[in-house]
Design a binder for this molecule. Structure first.
Ligand SMILES: O=C(O)COP(=O)(O)O
Ligand SMILES: [Mg+2]
Length: 224
């Protein structure tokens, strides 16, 4: 059984199914720009690298590449305004999250949150879904100069809690979480259900893949 001294948890695709709100806002933005909508399935493959990348991907209709910069400058404020009003309306916690968090808290683990979502959206989302107070630290996509897959936010959290990276665990859903955890020297467990740009997260070789957060009961020690 693992007994990490600190556990960091990703938001989108790990704790929260946020795509219904993100897709609503992408499509409303496209409509305002006089362009056709993409739908939830497309947007699901584009989440995970922050709002700005999401808007860029929506404008070009694909994962990789760059839109015209003037188009991006026009689209971003529209998206930000829409998402400010639609941060949590359609977003829900995944099954097993409440029980998984309760298990980790009850077992005495220090919990933090590390997301690429901008802080102006992360904080209200976690609050609206009733889970903010479980996390001693929340590192958002714009908290530091670099975001995942860079190890910076993970190492920042380890320092905050006074924990060595080798004694730290990341729980995520995408290849960015795996890369950040490996670069930081953390362990990494992934959720099978999240957003990984259409790829099976097993291909990124995390230490373990689980179908619900409550399955952590089988991997993490329940007592010190
Ligand atoms: O892309 C985002 O905005 C956030 O994604 P994450 O919570 O999975 O890091
Ligand atoms: Mg994620």
């Amino acid at each position: 059984m693992l007994r990490p001294k600190m556990i960091l948890i990703d938001v989108d695709g790990t704790l929260v199914d946020s795509v219904p709100d993100l897709a609503f806002c992408v499509d409303a933005m496209m409509e305002r720009l006089g362009r056709p909508p993409h739908g939830e399935a497309a947007v699901r493959n584009w989440v995970g690298n922050g709002v700005e990348r999401l808007v860029r991907r929506a404008l070009i209709g694909q994962l990789d590449g760059e839109p015209d910069e003037a188009d991006f400058e026009a689209a971003l404020p529209i998206f930000l305004e829409l998402y400010a009003d639609n941060t949590s309306k359609r977003s829900v916690l995944y099954p097993g999250v409440i029980e998984g968090i309760a298990f980790m808290k009850g077992a005495g683990y220090q919990l933090g949150c590390v997301t690429n979502k901008a802080a102006q959206f992360t904080e209200p989302l976690l609050r609206d879904l009733g889970i903010r107070e479980n996390f001693g630290l929340v590192v958002s996509g714009d908290t530091l100069p670099k975001k995942k897959p860079d190890p910076m936010p993970l190492l920042h959290a380890a320092q905050h809690f006074g924990v060595e990276p080798a004694e730290a665990l990341m729980i995520g859903d995408s290849v960015s979480d795996v890369k950040a955890a490996r670069a930081a020297g953390f362990g990494i467990i992934c959720m099978s259900y999240g957003y990984n740009h259409g790829q099976d997260i097993r291909e990124a070789n995390p230490d373990a893949v689980i179908d619900a957060m409550v399955e952590l009961k089988g991997l993490l020690a329940a007592e010190a």
